[in-house]
Design a protein around this ligand. Structure first.
Ligand code: MF3
Ligand code: CO
Ligand code: CO
Length: 332
């Protein structure tokens, strides 16, 4: 059950949730409006694009992506590059920076590593990352809107290199943000990691949603139902579809070598959404902020491993170390 407004806040303040971390008046920001989208950036001819860039229809594979040996080594490279691009862009998030400038930083970071930005010209998508500000749930298109102090922005990076896609995202605070939104970000990161930690061979696919949804609900937040994670590897979006909410009938068993993303979208208010007229941007109907984190993971012999980590082994989307120590649980 989702924590009710009149229930005591989960933080232990003794105040009602709706007067504490569930204070929707504190969370509500000025609605995001579509900005101007700059022309498409060029990719050097030395960087190999995926098939769909040159006219063919993107493959959405209905079979699982299983990786071992040489193909896993290539996937590891794509995932490391994605993590490094995300880390690089995250350092540029500050008030006054436009999402288009973040896109330019990302674009440069991909191509200097020899990677193609998987989203660029994917089904007509015009940019190298997605930037989803405040009430935008996912697939926001970078534009000329400067980030404002108090905003939150998800940056979603997908790198294609050596025939593989690596996909990762994180939500960053812009300058100082309200404590309710810091909590939304922290709970979303921890929900993502708990979902990943629930993965092990022989367990059912719904172990992920069974871990994520109750954690989000206990903090009074909502979970988006209609967008999920996906198998990934040589194909950008493959099976399985990974639900982040409770789905009793998702009983397919994880098997070693399966690679997919975990990428829950957590909402301060209702998870109901609509699409902007650009055909991409998905936003919460109630215009309350939402957060998302994403990792590409592989099922190991005993659990799951996060592949989207930098060369230093870390990520703005977090690592499993805190889950393993049993210290995941949000404290203000
Ligand atoms: N990276 C997104 C994901 O997590 C996909 C974005 S597709 C785009 O699956 F076309 F919207 F960019
Ligand atoms: Co994804
Ligand atoms: Co992504």
């Amino acid at each position: 059950m989702r924590l009710r407004g009149n229930a005591p806040c989960w933080c232990g303040s003794g105040r009602k949730f709706k007067r504490c971390h569930g204070d929707q008046r504190a969370m509500r920001l000025r609605p995001v409006r579509p900005g101007r989208v700059s022309p498409i950036l060029a990719v050097p001819a030395t960087v190999t694009p995926p098939d769909y860039v040159n006219g063919s229809i993107p493959v959405t594979s209905t079979s699982f992506q299983i990786h071992t040996g040489e193909s896993l080594e290539r996937l590891r490279v794509a995932c490391r590059v994605a993590a490094e691009v995300l880390d690089t862009v995250g350092r540029e998030v500050r008030p006054g920076v436009t999402t288009e400038e973040l896109d330019r930083v990302a674009h440069e970071a991909y191509v200097t590593r020899g990677a193609y930005p998987s989203t660029l010209s994917y089904k007509g998508y015009p940019k190298s990352i997605c930037t989803s500000v405040n009430e935008v749930i996912c697939h926001g298109i970078p534009d000329d809107r400067p980030l404002e102090e108090g905003d939150i922005v998800n940056v979603d990076v997908t790198a294609y290199i050596k025939g593989m896609h690596g996909d990762t995202s994180a939500t960053f605070p812009v300058g100082r943000v309200d404590p309710t939104l810091r909590a939304l970000i922290d709970v979303t990161r921890e929900a993502t990691l708990l979902g990943i930690a629930a993965v092990a061979p022989g367990r059912p696919l719904n172990a992920i949603g069974n871990a994520i949804q109750p954690y989000a609900f206990a903090h009074g937040f909502g979970v988006v139902v209609d967008y999920g994670g996906h198998g990934i590897g040589s194909v950008f979006h493959a099976s399985p579809h990974v639900n982040h909410t409770v789905h009793e009938w998702d009983t397919i068993e994880f098997q070693p070598g399966m690679t997919f993303t975990v990428e829950p979208m957590i909402t301060a208010g209702s998870p109901n959404h609509h699409m902007w007229s650009d055909g991409w941007t998905v936003a919460a109907n109630d215009l309350l902020p939402t957060a998302q984190f994403e990792h590409t993971v592989i099922v190991t012999d005993s659990g799951a491993e996060i592949l989207t980590l930098t060369g230093q082994g870390d990520s703005p989307a977090g690592t499993l170390s805190r889950v393993e120590e049993g210290t995941v649980s949000h404290r203000p």
